[in-house]
Design a protein around this ligand. Sequence first.
Ligand code: GDP
Length: 306
Amino acid sequence: MHGTSRTSAPDMWRLRHLGVADRVEIIALGGDDSAAISDIAENGYDRIYHLAAESSVASSLKNPAETVRANILQTTEWLTAIRDRSPQTRFFNAASSEILAAGPGILDENAPRLANNPYAVTKSAAMNMCRVFRESFDLYVVTGILFNHESELRDARFVTGKIISNLCRMAGGKSEPSFELGNVDAERDFSHAQDFAAGIAASLTADTAQDYVFASGTLSSVRDFFNAAARQLGFDPTWSGKGTDAKCVDNLTGRVLVTINPKFYRPIDEAGKAGNPGRATAVLNWTRDIDFEAMIARMIAFYGNK
Ligand code: GDP
């Protein structure tokens, strides 16, 4: 098993945590370097999981051109290298719920698209490119439209990692200061990444290649996530105020847990979207094993012991 990394000696803490660090050989790869990608593809892999990306919406707003290079150009280089050097390789491409328009009902693979930030623009384009290569060159290429997938490996750039790490810190000491969030009314369809990883692996085993939504079908707000995590840590979260004046206090002690800072708001933060994983269930026999509370419990167990 080979993995690529922008540096030749990456910090492997996530792979160590998963117990697979010894089974993966790292190949250094700088972004969309076509010659290097071609050389790697020539190894003739059975499967390539293309997960490398600029994956943060906030970072994509800061660095849009770099996001295009990482997410569109790099994907296109992989597809071209497979077409030319290893056409039997099965290729998985990770897309995102960010590419879909919020709509009535839960969204499946045919839901209308709408990109509201550079990250979404690039993930939508990369998915289109994958379909074009699948149909034009008869390659086995699958895109997974992945709704939010969280885990103990999530860092604090993302709201779930930020909430869990800060609440664990605060649970560890009465004098630990409160922290700030942005739009806590934003809604997401949250699942645990481990369930998606199983679905991603299964998506390359079907007879024919097609695209799949991976999702739970249920929406929760950032506030719901915060409240569930706070309760699991023994707080009694109580909210007052609206919008940027909102704050949450622990009802048991009167201690302020979180306040709102508009600097964490998105320029466009659209209505929540829930996904319909019906095709993955029907074709791949895929189901989720880890529910919302269990996902949070695992994140707390990890961050609480750090
Ligand atoms: P995303 O689903 O990939 O955009 O994941 P994020 O974790 O970055 O953001 C999820 C939602 O949380 C978005 O709607 C944000 O507006 C909202 N949010 C609220 N407060 C924060 C915050 O402090 N940091 C981040 N990253 N997101 C926040």
